[in-house]
Ligand binder design. Structure first.
Ligand code: AMP
Ligand code: MG
Length: 411
């Protein structure tokens, strides 16, 4: 007799297979989308020095207080300070320095006159408007004083956060490394896309789909492998792939070969080797397996076996694997955003099973509608869906207008 598990029981089993990945320094670009593992303080003030916010002339404000277009103030230009000049020429009374945006303020100057308020000359300049003290000046530390907590641990590193890390001098950031997921599709009917198809064969689509799902979740996956329904070939492929994975495999993720028919290769190969096969009270995605595959280190290789139907495979990934992978990477909110939204139509679901229907949001009415029927082979509807509509196990009829749990898949 096989166990019947609830969705949350099986989620807990899979979460326990994936401990937090180790913290490693990543170059900034490699860290995009990952979670900062430690607080980052700024070792420098930002900006690091007083500098000009405009192309123009550094002056003493009181020397140009009476400048007008009719009576411009004429000052000799003693220095030219482009951005990047690292010496510190002092502004002597009665002179101006030509200065560019981002160039350091010369000591003695207290204002910038934008070039637009001058005649723009290089040897001596006519200034035709006054400047307030501090005008167009960017103060050292005005953005952040040195020692500020710039990015707290737990920050998800996007473009702006990585830009800030670079601006305060970090070449690398500490993040939990991406888990490496070895993806293995099974089925003698499967043909690699790009090759001719004979009658009875189909293209192998779970591999690309699950690899993409792993990468979108923040994990690492390579070209998926596919094996026919042959126990020895499956085991040999796993051994070969695990031994050639330089940084090790964090998770073996298979699809197909786990249900009740004959030729259930994954079940046949792994059931006696530490992987438990169960039924989960959900639809699609009833048949599931998880465990630690014996023969790979003392603890065994964390393994999740998904059903083969493409919709079942992706729904199971979303429900069980994605949150576990993201928790292992330290995401503060590993789950997809969940909303409660009214149904735009009446939907039926089987008794005793939680149903995950593919849905789309109607932004105008704020309701959700199912795309396609519940069939777990219907890939085109899956590709059009932007959410899952979660129909609870206690009701078989869900009325239009009723508020229902919705998982947003596109954010
Ligand atoms: P299985 O769980 O192996 O019995 O597969 C269930 C259904 O999913 C069958 O129709 C398979 O042909 C299909 N299937 C299994 N694996 C894949 C795959 N990698 N790509 C596309 N379809 C698959
Ligand atoms: Mg199969």
């Amino acid at each position: 007799m096989r166990d019947v598990r609830t969705v949350s029981q099986h989620r807990a089993v899979i979460a326990a297979l994936l401990p937090p990945t180790p913290v490693r320094e990543h170059t900034l670009v490699d860290a995009v989308g990952l979670v900062l593992a430690k607080d980052l303080r700024s070792p420098i003030p930002l900006p690091p020095f007083d500098n000009s916010a405009m192309d123009g002339y550094a002056v003493r404000a009181r020397e140009v207080a009476n400048a007008t277009p009719e009576h411009p103030i004429r000052l000799p230009v003693a220095e030219d300070i482009p951005a990047g000049r690292t010496d510190t020429p002092t502004l002597r009374p009665g002179t101006a320095h030509r200065i560019m945006t981002g160039a350091p303020m010369p000591p003695g100057a207290d204002a910038i006159v934008p070039v637009e308020h001058t005649d723009g000359r290089i040897v001596d300049v006519r200034i035709n408007r006054p400047a307030e003290p501090g005008a167009h000046l960017r103060r050292a530390g005005e953005d952040m004083p040195a020692g500020t907590l710039a990015l707290p641990a737990g920050t998800i590193l996007g473009a702006a956060q990585l830009g800030l890390a670079a601006a305060i001098g970090y070449a690398t950031v500490p993040v939990r490394r991406r888990p490496y997921v070895l993806i293995l599709s099974t089925g003698s009917e499967l043909v690699k896309p790009g090759r001719p198809l004979r009658h009875g064969q189909i293209y192998e689509s779970n591999g690309a789909m699950l690899a993409a799902a792993v990468i979108e979740a923040g994990g690492r996956a390579e070209q998926p492998r596919s094996v026919p329904d042959d126990v020895d070939e499956l085991l040999e492929t796993v051994r070969l792939q695990v031994s050639s994975a330089e940084a090790g495999v964090d998770l073996l993720l298979t699809s197909g070969g786990v249900s009740a028919g004959a030729y259930e290769v994954v079940k046949d190969a792994l059931a006696s080797r530490g992987v438990e096969f169960v039924k989960v009270a959900m639809q699609p995605g009833g048949p599931q397996g998880a465990g630690r595959l014996a023969g790979f280190g003392a603890a065994g290789l964390p393994t999740v076996t998904l059903p083969g139907n493409p919709v079942s495979a992706l729904v199971s990934f979303e429900v069980f694997v994605r949150p576990a992978l993201r928790a292992a990477m330290g995401y503060p909110h590993p789950d997809r955003p969940v909303r409660r939204l009214p149904l735009g139509e009446t939907l039926r679901s089987p008794a005793g099973k939680r149903q995950f229907r593919r849905g789309i949001l109607d932004t105008a009415s704020g309701t959700v509608r199912a795309v396609g029927s519940p069939g777990s082979h219907l890939l085109s509807a899956l590709a059009r869906a932007s959410c899952f509509i979660v129909l609870d196990e206690d009701n078989t009829e869900h009325q239009a207008g009723e508020e229902t749990e919705v998982w947003l898949l596109d954010r």
